[in-house]
Ligand binder design. Structure first.
Ligand code: GLU
Ligand code: MG
Length: 481
């Protein structure tokens, strides 16, 4: 359960808004030389700090973080020319089987992983390692059309062209189990009550080390607490520009996993660790800004929303069934996305309504202009954060362009209202995929190669898990994310 604290409000308003604009510029010889020079300096610094290897990471369309690594002395070469990776990674499924798609797939071809040196981070819980998120290019230096991170950058740029900036943060929920016990069924290291002090005492050293690792890596934690499900915790991070928020999500998850290993714990971000229980959400908080002003306040719309912010949120709300194919991307996501689990299973909005997919958060009165934000609760931790943020931007900007208005507010628990009064979001991945298939907004924004590769992965996983019981589905995905 998230709250808006004074500290969160502060960070929402005082941090720099967004990243520099990015289009689809190819890597020229000049850019390669510039990168090499920067990497040389960075590599020398990292080596002096004891770093041996650098992880170049990306997230695939199934939502899994994949990596290649280089010795630190090869960073300069990697920054200029990249590291090879097969395009078929775009059609990997959650169980590592490989499908194919209309534009991408098959054994031929090579892409280059190019690290973003701006995010190069020495890893606190993996001594001797550093990490950087990678963009994917073709060998000739043009951007790979299937690159999810570049898609997010294109959408940030599209917002910039309208004078708009998004600030975002993804809440991280996870479950820990004992690493030296059998994987199935999980054995939890604490049996304390939900949100209970017990759990904090049982895992005190682990949680302290987490805070320390986040701090060392420059990640600004707002809050950390035991969550509802057995072995479950949650951590929220300060809002950033969308690309920074997606990178931070990847780094945060890797850090939590690594700290866990050092404490004999196995980490799961699966949407449903136990079928029938509360799952791992990946709630997306966002606010829209123009010229340094938060558009969630002081406007004529509901609760002071400015017209553009209302239209942006209305655009995302309308597109949610299709967006779930990106934000709730696994068949297992639908074991989580159920009414009365605070997962936001209804396509509606409400002020501080935790059963609405879109929860408006005004922030305590007088807390400052930065604190108001909106939370999309229906997304989970299996989502590729780059795809999700890019797609949410695309849907929101479509709403802005069409001057969409929000529908009537839902103030109560939609599950208790007469059936059909509030639309239920898709109940299966197949339903979300059906909406995705008719989404002109997403197809146009993502471009055919990326759009089709995602579709192929979703269809592949629907087939993979067809006929699985909820228990089998949860067991098959529990330790993959
Ligand atoms: N774990 C819940 C989910 O699946 C969310 C609980 C909360 O509101 O933080 O989204
Ligand atoms: Mg939570």
């Amino acid at each position: 359960m998230s709250t808006t604290t004074a500290e969160q409000a502060e960070s929402w308003s005082s941090e720099q808004v967004g990243e520099p604009p990015f289009g689809d510029e190819p890597l020229t010889a000049e850019l390669r030389a510039e990168r090499a020079a920067r990497a040389r300096v960075a590599a020398a610094r990292l080596a002096a700090e004891g770093v041996e290897g650098v992880i170049l990471g990306w997230v695939d369309n199934a939502g899994l973080a994949r990596v290649k690594t280089v010795p630190v002395r090869r960073l300069e070469q990697a920054a200029a020319w990249g590291v090879g990776a097969a395009p078929s990674f775009d059609v990997f499924l959650v169980d590592d089987s490989i499908t194919t798609s209309r534009h991408i797939g098959g054994p031929a071809g090579d892409l280059r992983l190019i690290p973003d040196l701006g995010r190069l981070t020495r890893l606190a819980a993996q001594p001797g390692w550093a990490w950087a998120p990678a963009d994917r290019y073709a060998q000739d230096g043009t951007v790979h059309p299937g690159c999810q991170r570049r898609f997010a950058q294109r959408m940030i740029h599209a917002a910039r062209l309208r004078g708009l900036d998004l600030r975002a943060g993804i809440e991280i929920e996870w479950v820990v189990a004992l690493a030296d016990a059998p994987e199935q069924p999980p054995v939890y290291p604490t049996h304390g009550p939900a949100y209970g002090l017990h759990r904090l005492v049982d895992l005190s050293d682990y949680l302290r080390d987490l805070l320390h690792a986040f701090d060392e890596q420059g990640l600004s934690v707002l809050q950390l607490h035991p969550e509802y499900a057995p072995g479950q915790f949650e951590l929220s991070l300060a809002a950033q520009g969308p690309l920074g928020a997606a990178d931070t999500t990847v780094l945060a998850r890797q850090t939590i996993r690594a700290v866990g290993r050092r404490h004999g714990l196995r980490t799961s971000y699966a949407p449903a660790v136990e079928p029938g229980g509360v799952g791992n959400g990946g709630h997306l908080h966002l606010s829209l800004w123009r010229e340094g002003r938060n558009l969630a306040q002081g406007g004529p719309g509901p609760y002071g929303l400015n017209g553009e912010a209302e239209s942006f949120l209305a655009g995302v709300l309308a597109e949610l069934p299709a967006l779930l194919a990106l934000g709730a991307p696994s068949p297992a996501s639908y074991l989580r996305l159920l009414p009365q689990r605070w997962a936001g299973a209804f396509q509606c909005w409400g002020m501080e309504n935790r059963e609405a997919a879109l929860r408006l958060i005004p922030g305590p009165p007088g807390e400052g202009a930065g604190s108001a934000n909106a939370e999309f609760k229906c997304f989970d931790a299996a989502a590729n954060p780059y795809l999700l943020l890019g797609a949410v931007l695309a849907a929101g900007l479509t709403g802005v362009d069409a001057r969409r208005a929000l529908p009537a507010e839902t103030c109560d628990d939609p599950a208790l209202l007469p059936e059909g009064e509030v639309p239920r979001l898709p109940g299966t991945l197949a339903e979300s995929v059906a909406a995705y298939r008719t989404s002109g907004v997403l197809r146009e924004a993502m471009g055919d190669p990326l759009y089709e590769a995602v579709l192929a992965v979703r269809l592949g996983e629907i087939e993979l898990f067809a006929g699985h019981s909820p228990e089998q589905l949860a067991a098959a995905t529990r330790w993959r994310y």
